[in-house]
Design a protein around this ligand. Structure first.
Ligand code: MN
Length: 205
């Protein structure tokens, strides 16, 4: 049985309002948890970790001419959304212990984007440019090479063999109460609550 994660803070206001946080965590994420528990009951997925379920249920693109073949899309979507939101909520802090990346992560960002500011602009632009609902991710491959992924719906780096480091949720439920349609304003506002200590740990572990 999966359970709703506890938030490691009481509030992220004013960057994310308490109303948005309450709906996003208490309603949206709770629904994905409830759905997944129902979907996997009595199946081979029961007892597996979220990451294992995401990998096992990920859509498979057939090389045959008939096109894409999906397996367990409902399980993939709900497990992915729990994994994504768990990573999302735990990367934030009202008082980040590190407000900028340091060490090997900062060095890699500077190597690939030239500066933190250039990386942040690219990340925001890819979040704004993602059509419809989804997630923009900073991910690492097994050699530590970084990439920004635009993932639709519940998709995530784990489903592509990459390590998830940082994510901004671009589903409208993440920002509509606070910013209505202004996704770009929401994404730009998030940087001060990103705890780079958490993100850096994900990179080096
Ligand atoms: Mn969300």
């Amino acid at each position: 049985m999966f359970t709703l994660i506890d938030l490691p803070y009481k509030s992220l206001a004013p960057v994310i309002s308490d109303e948005t946080l309450s709906f996003h965590h208490g309603k949206h994420l709770q629904t994905y948890v409830d759905n997944l528990n129902k979907l996997i009951a009595g199946t081979d997925y029961e007892g597996k970790s979220l990451e294992e379920i995401v990998v096992a249920s990920a859509p498979v693109i057939s090389s045959a001419a008939e096109g894409a073949v999906e397996k367990s899309p409902a399980i993939f979507n709900n497990a992915g959304q729990i994994l994504n939101h768990n990573l999302y909520f735990t990367q934030f802090s009202p008082e980040p212990s590190l407000s900028v990346p340091t060490g090997s992560l900062l060095a890699q960002i500077q190597k690939q984007w030239s500066s933190l500011e250039a990386f942040q602009a690219d990340f925001e632009a890819k979040g704004v440019g993602l059509f419809g609902s989804g997630w923009v991710w900073l991910a690492a491959d097994k050699n530590g090479e970084l990439s920004i992924l635009q993932c639709p719906n519940a998709d995530n780096p784990v489903a592509h063999g990459l390590k998830p480091l940082l994510t901004f949720d671009v589903w409208e439920h993440a920002y509509y109460l606070d910013h209505q349609n202004r996704r770009a304003a929401h994404l730009k506002a998030l940087w001060p609550i990103v705890d780079w200590n958490v993100v850096g740990d994900r990179y080096t572990k």
